[in-house]
Structures are given as C-alpha cells and as structure tokens.
Design a protein around this ligand. Structure first.
Ligand code: PRP
Length: 206
C-alpha cells in the first residue's frame, strides 16, 4: 500500500529534502522530478503543493502525511493530526515597521499573509487595527505606504533589514511540522509508522 506525503513547495521543500538525505533516504527521484508535481519513491508517493494546500490534501485524505510550516497550520487550522516538529524551517512571527516610522495617530493598517494570526495578536494587545491581506512580499507594504506595519514570519531577518524595516515585537517560535490525516493514521498505521519513526530519527529509512 502506498503512503502519500504532501510536501510544501519552495524553501521548506529544499530543507526537507536535505533532511531526508541526512537520514540516508535516496532523494534522487525527488530532485530530478523536473516540473512533475507527483513523484514515487519506493512505497512512498510525494506530491508537491503550496503550504495551505498541503493542509487541504491531508485533511481530505488525498495525502496521508504532510510537511508543512507551523505558520500555515496556525493560520488555516486544517482538521489534521499535528504529529511532531521537524528540525528545520525555524522562524517566528514578528510585527515590524519602517525604522524611521513616526507613531500613528489614527487606526494602524497592518499588512500580512496571516490575517487570522494578526487578528489574534491585536485582540490580545487590545489595539484596533485594519488588516490588509497580501499574498507575499509583505515587506513592500510599509515601504510603499500601503500599511503602517506588517505581521510576517522572520527567519534570518535579511528581508526586513534589506527593506529598512525593524522588528517591534516577536512572537511564537515556529518550525516545520509533520501532520497526518486522521483516518490514515489508523487505517494505514503499519505503512505510515516506519516513515514517521524515521523522520523522528527512530528508525533507518530504506
Ligand atoms: C518569507 C517571509 C519573509 C521572508 C523572511 O517569505 O514572508 O518575506 O521569508 O525570511 P528572512 O527573515 O530569512 O529574510 P517567502 O520567501 O516565503 O516569500 P513571500 O514573501 O513571497 O511569501
């Protein structure tokens, strides 16, 4: 029986493949996949999708397991089992603004890819803000005057620094996570267990 693993494309994909390689997994079929979005390797089938869609594929049982950023998990809250953290993709949420920003006298506009996280953050601080949803390159928003500040993930801090932004507050350390479909964990337990044990460094992958 095949086990389907949904991988988040992009930065997490690269880090996950490096991690698999460090576990002696033959990643050659995954590296030489060209533009294919679905690749088989032994009894595993890997699909490559955007972060939020990884949660959707796992929730609907198309994928048994998923490799996803904790930021996406918290923002979209798919109905899946959050199994364990993985030792890569470490970052955190941050509220940031232009280094020379003067205090705002009116309701602040906050640009973000994470409206739910941002809403929760400002509900806790008690400040009423307007949230502007963007799909990426959020650091542009305060630079161009679309927003007063941003809530985004920060890994190295390079993107903020190179765009003249500074962190006002950091919250919630994040990492990559391994998630599972609730039924797959029961029905395919015997097939899934060796892979998730290996991902936790408890078994050698073959
Ligand atoms: C993420 C995040 C920041 C950047 C932070 O964006 O939204 O822009 O990485 O990384 P750093 O602290 O190491 O500079 P991503 O690269 O995923 O692209 P996006 O902005 O298009 O979503």
């Amino acid at each position: 029986m095949k086990v389907c693993v949904a991988l988040t494309k992009g930065r997490l994909e690269d880090q996950f493949l490096q991690y698999l390689e460090s576990l002696s997994f033959d990643i050659e079929p995954l590296i030489n996949k060209g533009r294919k979005l679905c690749v088989e390797a032994g009894n595993l089938q890997f699909i490559f999708a955007k972060g939020a869609d990884v949660g959707t594929y796992v929730e609907h049982g198309i994928a048994d397991l998923g490799i996803i950023g904790e930021d996406i998990l918290l923002e979209y809250q798919p109905d899946v089992f959050d199994l364990f953290p993985l030792p890569f993709g470490e970052c955190r949420f941050a509220l940031a603004e232009a280094a020379n920003k003067k205090p705002s006298l009116t309701k602040r506009k906050i640009a973000t890819k994470y409206p739910n996280i941002t809403n929760d953050y400002f509900r806790n601080t008690g400040e009423s803000v307007d949230i502007v949803k963007l799909e990426g390159s959020v650091e542009l928003a305060p630079v161009l005057g679309l927003s007063d500040a941003i809530v985004d993930i920060v890994e190295t801090g390079t993107t903020l620094a190179e765009n003249g932004l500074i962190i006002k507050e950091e919250f919630h350390p994040l990492s990559a996570r391994c998630i599972a479909n609730r039924s797959s964990l029961k029905i395919k337990k015997a097939f899934i267990t060796p892979f998730i044990d290996a991902l936790q460094g408890q078994e050698v992958l073959s």
